[in-house]
Design a protein around this ligand. Structure first.
Ligand SMILES: [Zn+2]
Length: 159
């Protein structure tokens, strides 16, 4: 059994929590599952507080999703599995294999958000790469990245 605390997470924040208590922007370990010699880690990147009328727009979610996809593949090529948008438009689901350390995931995220500031274009935003290639906005995605970076010191304080 993996020691969640040793990985750098608050064990009280693993699993489903009362969404009225969730803070943002934060990173929290949602679940982990071991099979054979592999462990899969599901991490919530919550960008906005739930039920606070602060929802990300579909365009913001879409462009930030593309940056997370490109950035985690680059930072953690052996471990990154996928990124998904939360239907409530308050954040993203991140999935990793055999990398569940809060410090590694936080530093990859910091690198992605920092590099976003100098990006000239949203990655994978051509018609042959994306299912709604017109629905992107670099400036809005960079604004979200700045907002998340500002609270880096409290990313792990999910509740
Ligand atoms: Zn797309």
């Amino acid at each position: 059994m993996t020691d969640v605390e040793e990985l750098g997470w608050n064990p009280k924040t693993v699993g489903e929590l009362d969404h009225r208590l969730l803070r943002a922007p934060t990173l929290k370990l949602r679940s982990l599952k071991s099979g054979g010699s592999d462990t899969i880690y599901c991490v919530d990147l919550r960008i906005r507080r739930p039920n606070a009328d602060q929802y990300l727009s579909a365009t913001e979610l879409h462009s930030v999703e593309h940056f997370l996809l490109e950035g985690f593949q680059r930072n953690l090529p052996d471990n990154f599995v996928s990124v998904g948008i939360m239907g409530c438009r308050t954040g993203f689901y991140l999935v990793f294999s055999n990398e569940g350390r809060a410090a590694s995931i936080s530093s990859a995220l910091e690198d992605i958000l920092t590099r976003m500031q100098n990006a000239r274009a949203v990655p994978y935003a051509r018609i042959d790469q994306c299912g709604d290639y017109r629905n992107h906005n670099l400036a809005l995605a960079q604004e979200v990245a700045r907002e998340v970076l500002k609270s880096k010191a409290t990313w792990l304080d999910a509740v």
